[in-house]
Structures are given as structure tokens and as C-alpha cells.
Design a protein around this ligand. Structure first.
Ligand code: SF4
Length: 452
């Protein structure tokens, strides 16, 4: 039976005020879209309406109150944010039923209020951001969505029918958002989209002006280079991770940036399979690329690069021979991080009509085999790090034990491994620390801060 996808909640947005307020609205919407929300162009179709207000002049305040009044009358489920949020009593006196009021630049609170008003319908088949353990992304790492939709038509995927073809955000707007995030405490930017390597294709890779006479081209490589130039208020270089990259030839150009320390040496490439026959049935993009050879070249240029990928087992038509081909390929590829999924027919996916469905028990058996295979590869790779020094970003410090949990450059939050530290009481979430690795298991490392 096909798996039903819950329809995403829809947010309406009324944005008033100056260009700064517009940038704030854009940032809130980016976060909401990354969380799986759709935008509604009208009041009627919205599950919740966000009014970003301006309170600069009395006339602007009056305009904001009118906008809130209209949203209340037309929809009734309203969250107020922006400059007028500082005058909550005034708003409450007129509109006691608004759901929440937050002030200017209180991004996390606004997003939380929207989550409360219309909870996101998370689905692993549609959403790019992993379901987090905590409600919101901690301030020290942030997801930045650079485009929406996809031009491919992979047989198991319904994204193009839900989200449409690729629509890229302007690179100057992305950089502005990233700059603000870094200024506000973000130490790690997670670049996401359905197809990061295709970024800018719809903008014809045009060039856009930046502050100070500089320019940026709407292209993954150029954007990555600019993101690598950002610095925190303390002069630290934030980590920048590229997710959902397909192995198009020009991906080779980001590897030298990683080798030069301008970009985090991490690539998330969803290969999904290795057998040419299954890849063809899946209609995967860029599958003709000689991936194993390129992985070797990438590692020669940047020995520290960590490659993560995901794979689907039990796709219709996958034989034992195809599956064995995948396991052998994985032995060769020595990927650092692997996620595997059993194929599920998602409602509306073309793959559902393919012949030779794989029985559930075979899917399960292949899933267990691929997981064990990749765990063994991962354990050996992590074991090789014991005794070495690595950089770690701290996610959590346990005041009681003095231990901490963090991640190396090879670990994206929620989906990869962790680094567990002892004697780390002096650190705090968001700190970068140099760590000596003392031990390893299948997925995680264990260590102690250098000189700590
Ligand atoms: S590349 Fe394929 S799997 Fe990814 S979003 Fe596009 S159609 Fe879906």
C-alpha cells in the first residue's frame, strides 16, 4: 500500500515596514519553509497568518494595527511580530485573540509561535531538515535553504509534484541571511535544498551586486566561496556544510576550497544506489559520473573530506546481484557516513507502477545487511582517528558530569555521529574546541579537550 504524505500547513504573511523588516520576513519564511511549511498567497488558504509590523511612526503603527485587524477578520489565527511587538499591550487591548506577539528579530520565538499554532507535518519523504531532538535548532547552527523544488523526476520521489521545478533564491539574499545568522551567533551553516548542485540554473547563473562593489554569481561554487569568507564577531570562521549535492562535474571545484580550509570538508551526496540498472530505473541525475574515481581524486586533493550518503534498498527490480553490487561498491567507496532506507511506495510516486516489487522480508534483510556493512566501514574509519587531534563544535555541556557532546567536521547535526568529551566543563554550546581522540565505536568518537 502506498504511504500517504501529510499535506504541509500553510502560512500567510503580511510584511510591513522598511527593507530591514522585509529581510526579517524573508528569514522567518526561509526557516518555516525549511521546517516543511507551504506559503499561502491568501488569507483563506492559510492555517496561520503572520503579520510583520512596523512601529516607527504613529502612522506606521496605525497601518500595522489595521493589518492585524484585517488578518483577524479574514482568518482569525494570527501571530504578530516585528517592531510593534514591543507594544504587546496596545495590540492585546485591540485584538485580545491574537495567538502570539513577538518583537523584532525574535526569529526563534516567531517560528515557535507558528509551530504552536499550526504544527509542522514532518515527513521523511519530503522534508530536508532532520526531525530534531529539540524543538528548534540551537542558535549555534542554522539551516539555510538556497532553493526550492527540483528539475529532476526520480521515480521514487514526489517532491517535484509537491514543490514544483527548481526556484533558486538570489545569492545576495542568501548571503545577507547567512551574514545575519553568523552575526547573531551561528557557528555552523547547513546549506540545504533539493538539489544544491543545480543552484542558480533557473537564474541563468547571473551575477548579483553585493555591498562594497563586490559581486556574486548564482552558482554553488561561487556561493560556497563567499560563505567561506564569513566571520563571527570574534573573528572565527563558521563551518559551512553542503547538503544534497549531486555529483555534477563542477562539484570538483569545491574540493580545493575544502583543502584550503575555506569550506568544511564535508559533502552530503545522496547516491541512493550504485547498480547502473537500479539507478536507471530510479531515473537518478548525474549517475553516469565515474563516482569511485572521483572520490579517489577528491581524497587526493582533500584527504580530510568526509562523504555522507543515503541509499534505498528494495527498490522495484533490485535483484540480489544488484544489491551485492551496491555492497561491493560501498567497500570500494569507503564512505564516512551512510543512511539506508527500505523502499516504500509513496503515494503519487512513479516507482509504484514498476514491476518486480521486492518482498518486505527481503527488503528488511537487505537493510540489515547494508547497515552492518556500513557500520563496519565506519568503525574502521573512526578507529583510525584514535590518537589524533580534531576540531569539534560543542552542542551540549553537562554541568553535573563536566562532560560534553559535540561534533567533528565529519558530523552534521542529527544525522551523523557525535564526539563525547570528558573534562569539558570549561566549554559551552557553540564553542570550537581542539580535541584528542581517545576511543571510537561504530558511529561516535570519545576524547578530551587539548590542554583541558
Ligand atoms: S533529485 Fe530526485 S530525489 Fe531529489 S528532489 Fe529531485 S526528484 Fe526528488
Amino acid at each position: 500500500m502506498a504511504t500517504k504524505i501529510p499535506s504541509p500547513p500553510r502560512v500567510g504573511m503580511v510584511s510591513l515596514g522598511c527593507p530591514k523588516a522585509l529581510v526579517d520576513s524573508e528569514r522567518i519564511l526561509t526557516k518555516l519553509r525549511a521546517d516543511g511549511y507551504d506559503m499561502s498567497p491568501d488569507y483563506a488558504g492559510a492555517d496561520v497568518v503572520l503579520v510583520n509590523t512596523c512601529g516607527f511612526l504613529d502612522s506606521a503603527k496605525e497601518e500595522s494595527l489595521e493589518a492585524i485587524g484585517e488578518a483577524m477578520a479574514e482568518n482569525g489565527r494570527v501571530v504578530v511580530t516585528g517592531c510593534m511587538g514591543d507594544e504587546a499591550e496596545l495590540i492585546r487591548a485591540r485584538f485580545p485573540d491574537v495567538l502570539a506577539i513577538t518583537g523584532a528579530q525574535q526569529y526563534e520565538q516567531v517560528v515557535e509561535a507558528v509551530h504552536d499554532a499550526a504544527p509542522p507535518s514532518l515527513s521523511p519523504y519530503v522534508d530536508l531538515v532532520p526531525q530534531p531532538d529539540v524543538k528548534l535548532t540551537p542558535r549555534h547552527y542554522s539551516y539555510v535553504k538556497i532553493s526550492e523544488g527540483c528539475n529532476h523526476r526520480c521515480a521514487f520521489c514526489i517532491i517535484p509534484s509537491l514543490r514544483g521545478d527548481l526556484v533558486s533564491r538570489r545569492p545576495d539574499a542568501i548571503l545577507r541571511e547567512a551574514e545575519k545568522l553568523v552575526a547573531a551567533g551561528t557557528k555552523e551553516l547547513l546549506i540545504i535544498s533539493q538539489d544544491t548542485s543545480a543552484y542558480g540554473l533557473d537564474l541563468k547563473h547571473a551575477t548579483y551586486p553585493l555591498k562594497g562593489g563586490d559581486v556574486v554569481r548564482a552558482h554553488m561554487v561561487d556561493l560556497a566561496e563567499k560563505l567561506g569568507q564569513l566571520r563571527t564577531p570574534d573573528g572565527e570562521q563558521p563551518w559551512v556544510r553542503l547538503h544534497y549535492v549531486y555529483p555534477y562535474p563542477y562539484v570538483d571545484k569545491v574540493i580545493p576550497l575544502m583543502a584550503e580550509g575555506k569550506l568544511t570538508p564535508y559533502l552530503d551526496i545522496p547516491f541512493q544506489h550504485a547498480s547502473p540498472k537500479v539507478l536507471k530505473l530510479m531515473k537518478r541525475p548525474a549517475n553516469e559520473a565515474k563516482v569511485l574515481e572521483r572520490l579517489k581524486t577528491w581524497r587526493a586533493i582533500c584527504p580530510d573530506i568526509a562523504v555522507r550518503s543515503s541509499f534505498v534498498v528494495g527498490f522495484p527490480g533490485e535483484t540480489e546481484k544488484d544489491f551485492q553490487y551496491l555492497l561491493d561498491w560501498l567497500t570500494e567507496a569507503q564512505l564516512d557516513r551512510v543512511g539506508a532506507f527500505r523502499f516504500e511506495p509513496v503515494e503519487g510516486a512513479a516507482a509504484n507502477a514498476l514491476p518486480d516489487a521486492v518482498p518486505e522480508e527481503v527488503k528488511e534483510e537487505r537493510y540489515q545487511r547494508i547497515m552492518a556493512h556500513c557500520a563496519a566501514i565506519s568503525a574502521a574509519k573512526l578507529e583510525a582517528k584514535v590518537g589524533k587531534e580534531i576540531d569539534v563544535i560543542i552542542d551540549l555541556v553537562d554541568e553535573e558530569t563536566g562532560g560534553a557532546t559535540g561534533r567533528s567536521k565529519a558530523d552534521a547535526p542529527e544525522i551523523d555521529g557525535e564526539v563525547h568529551l570528558r573534562d569539558a566543563r570549561h566549554l559551552k554550546a557553540g564553542d570550537f574546541a581542539r580535541v584528542i581522540v581517545e576511543d571510537a565505536d561504530e558511529h561516535d568518537l570519545f576524547g578530551v579537550p587539548v590542554g583541558g
